[in-house]
Design a protein around this ligand. Sequence first.
Ligand code: NAP
Length: 278
Amino acid sequence: MTAEKIPLAGVIGSPIAHSRSPLLHGHWLRTMGLPGYYIPMDVMQADLPQVLQALPKAGFRGVNVTLPHKETVLQLADVVTDRAALIGSANTLIFRSDGKIHADNTDGYGFTANLRQNAPDWQPESGPAAVFGAGGAARAVIASLLELGVPEVRLTNRTRQRAEILRASFGARVVVYDWGHASELPIGAATVVNTTSLGMVGKSEFRVPLDGLSPDAVVNDLVYTPLMTPFLQAAAERGCTVVDGLGMLLHQGAPGFERWFGQRPVIDEATRAAVLAG
Ligand code: NAP
């Protein structure tokens, strides 16, 4: 009889040193008293197929996937969930016992769970959503907003063509605005989300006039370094409920952790502190 292998999981990307996922999963393993390890792995694109073939044999139950591999893994997976196919990328792989690789995208789940936890009165269906940015993260955010019944997603991006591509994927509830007209998006919006990388430490500030934004609106920034971005600060000064981006990172990790290590983790202040301490 062979002993049960110690469960392993990890995150694959390149570069990977900045990833906070090892801190997150390490915290959950420790505080929940579960056996297992979660390992950061710097893998080049050319090596990805071989690495994904080998990992299950070494005891890996799955991995998170980050830049630049989130799109490529869809081609390498045997089963792709509907939401990963819709978003066009995967961040969570499950290595099934039948040898098949199952690819999912939990970014949209993380986005929604973060807002539900930190803005419990949020009613996404009560008005339009304003989304700034049309990169990979925006796809997950828009898919979630539409699923939640948002009547209209107003979308703007510096490169308009990327926003038009999202409109073509997601349909007529997405309305594209010129980046030069960004100030029109928040007017009367129930939900406002910055999905650009502007506002991150080391990048230019994300500035958009918030005139016309109702204090009832819920405002979220996907950037979490710093936690309170100048954009969130400006929205808070208008009386809006503001939600930082860290919770999305924490919540997107929970479904994978449960599949790999067998228990659903909680996301609380201690989880935030553990990830911020790194
Ligand atoms: P991405 O695919 O590279 O997209 C970057 C977005 O930022 C694009 O819309 C891009 O516009 C815009 N942008 C970059 N520099 C700009 C500038 N100088 N002026 C105007 N727009 C600019 O990246 P992503 O994966 O979507 O990530 C976007 C942000 O979300 C990052 O800060 C990332 O850390 C954060 N994020 C957070 C979480 C979380 O869990 N909280 C999850 C995913 C992502 P163009 O198309 O014109 O280049």
